[in-house]
Ligand binder design. Structure first.
Ligand SMILES: Cc1cc2nc3c(=O)[nH]c(=O)nc-3n(C[C@H](O)[C@H](O)[C@H](O)COP(=O)(O)OP(=O)(O)OC[C@H]3O[C@@H](n4cnc5c(N)ncnc54)[C@H](O)[C@@H]3O)c2cc1C
Ligand code: SF4
Length: 483
């Protein structure tokens, strides 16, 4: 039983089904395909995205973060921009420091432990370099050079059918954009090997608490007609995403069954945002940064914490509704009235840079007194410093490139990670190095919430590599749950 069909869950379910395991994949979002995807922003937001929510500062002050994520078969991978990067060695050092995560040889988990999984996922997705930079990248490149930084082509899971239409966030209409939907889920689903049920909201994991150790026995879910259903399973993989899995486990009573163990306390803790901003420069020439493959280039000059702790991607601008609702003035206040009208008249002359910051996983996912998912942000001074430095650098790039005006969004994220982190130390991690709950036998986590510390790169490739590693573990059956 796999809950959630995104980068993690979609891969695990598809892989195991293709190997002949009997898998039920439950997804709350709808099952849509390239034939349904049209560049109609508001419709895609309703059909393919979760309603926008926010992480609000835990202690009243500080910065909120707007949270974006996919809600469909394929999850975030159906509506993302397909940048597929491996983690940096410094990221793995942070993982070990955070949760004591060990690799196969008993040493701190490192590149060698994940490299074979990266290779297999990269091959399946057809990762390639995007060297087809358009005008909007050429415009900003001199700005990076002026600041002693370089732009490089990104690695991306898009094939040669990409027509640079710019509608990745509404689902790729050509299937050039890869994801778990068209790479891992559809092949076994189309051949009848995988049972997929869309429109099914899993409410809780069923846990048998009668034995020595609590044991997952299935799930309870609402089917598309709203009827409550129960299904039994040998193994449950919670892959509802970094923002969904903690609430699912908390509502299932894991903390109470675990007697408030430290590992249960890690459920929902350590939420990382990879907080981001789009920063827009207004140029004299038409940029049409909405009609390109969104991210062909990136600047990794400041990737390591010691070098600033942020990366910048170039160049894109959201579609008009998102741009108009997100763009802020130089003081960070949303634009309104005539000023917004004037900015929108110049829409085609803007190009945008996406700056993403290394954070320290100080956020939290929790369930309120009504049983609803809630999120808190809580940035430390060192994180705020990096956030400010990233914004200042990106503004300076655009100014150096000749922008007449520079505007930006508030903080948002599409890269949440870490809310049920894996580790070899149960005092600091929710699940063990095999992704199994320390508190409930047969309950595995298989999504971005595993990542022990926020990566300095876009996370989907790493989430998929960890998911493939979990699929191998489950299929290997040394755990003994498959009878
Ligand atoms: C706009 C956007 C652009 C992005 N661009 C990139 C990029 O270029 N490169 C990159 O590496 N990453 C990118 N990402 C991030 C990447 O897509 C995510 O990190 C990744 O998809 C997370 O995988 P996941 O399995 O943790 O969760 P998700 O992919 O979010 O999947 C979780 C799934 O679980 C479902 N679910 C939740 N709760 C329940 C429930 N109770 N019952 C049943 N189903 C449930 C959800 O509907 C969802 O489909 C982007 C994300 C967004 C939103
Ligand atoms: S830009 Fe390329 S990958 Fe993105 S939606 Fe268009 S064809 Fe697909």
């Amino acid at each position: 039983m796999v809950v959630g069909s995104g980068a993690g869950g979609g891969l695990i379910a598809g892989e195991l089904a293709a190997r002949g395991r009997r898998v039920l994949l439950l997804e709350v979002g709808e099952h849509r395909t390239a034939a349904d995807f049209v560049r109609w922003e508001a419709k895609a937001n309703r059909d393919l995205w979760w309603p926008v929510t926010r992480a609000v500062p835990a202690l009243g002050g500080g910065q909120a973060v707007t949270l974006f994520r996919g809600r469909n078969v394929g999850g975030g991978t159906t509506i993302n921009t397909k940048v597929g990067l491996r983690a940096h060695s410094e990221d793995f050092e942070k993982w070990f420091a955070a949760s004591g995560l060990l690799g196969g040889g008993g040493e701190p988990f490192g590149e060698a432990d994940i490299a074979p999984y990266y290779e297999r996922v990269e091959a399946a997705l057809g990762i390639r370099k995007r060297t087809d930079w358009q005008q909007c990248v050429a415009t900003v490149e001199p700005g990076f050079a002026a600041l002693g930084a370089t732009l490089e082509p990104v690695d991306s899971y898009t094939d040669a059918n990409c027509m640079r239409c710019g509608s990745c966030l509404q689902g790729c209409p050509t299937n050039a954009g890869k994801g778990t939907l068209n790479v891992y889920i559809h092949p076994p689903w189309a051949s009848g090997q995988l049972e997929l049920r869309a429109g099914c909201e899993v409410r809780r994991v069923l846990i048998d608490g009668s034995g020595e150790r609590p044991r997952a026995s299935g799930v309870e879910f609402l089917d598309p007609s709203g009827e409550s259903q129960r299904v039994e399973a040998d193994v449950v993989v919670a892959a509802a995403g970094t923002l969904g899995t903690p609430g699912l486990l908390l509502r299932s009573g894991v903390v109470q069954l675990a007697g408030d163990s430290p590992s249960a306390a890690a459920i929902g803790a350590n939420l990382g945002f990879h907080p981001s901003r789009l920063v827009f420069g207004l140029f004299d020439e038409i940029q049409d940064a909405h009609r390109v493959y969104p991210i062909t280039a990136h600047c990794m000059t400041h990737q390591r914490d010691a070098d600033g702790g942020f990366i910048v991607e170039a160049s894109t601008i959201m579609d008009p509704i998102a741009f108009a609702t997100a763009v802020c003035d130089e003081q960070g206040a949303p634009l309104w009235g005539q000023e917004l009208v004037d900015v929108m008249r110049d829409y085609r002359r803007f190009t945008g840079l996406l700056v993403m910051i290394n954070d320290e996983n100080n956020g939290r996912a929790y369930v309120d007194e009504h049983g609803h998912d809630r999120y808190a942000s809580n940035f430390a001074p060192s994180e705020v410093e990096r956030i400010d430095a990233g914004l200042a650098f990106t503004r300076n790039v655009l100014t150096a490139a000749g922008a007449r005006r520079v505007l930006a969004t508030q903080l948002f994220t599409t890269h949440v990670q870490g809310s049920c982190r894996m580790g070899s130390d149960p005092a600091r991690a929710a699940v063990d190095a095999n992704c199994e709950s320390y508190d409930v036998a047969g309950l595995f986590v298989g999504d971005g919430s595993l990542v022990p510390r926020t990566l300095s790169v876009n996370p989907s490739l790493t989430i998929m590599a960890l998911a493939l590693r979990l699929a191998d573990h489950l299929d290997g059956a040394t755990h003994g749950y498959f009878g």
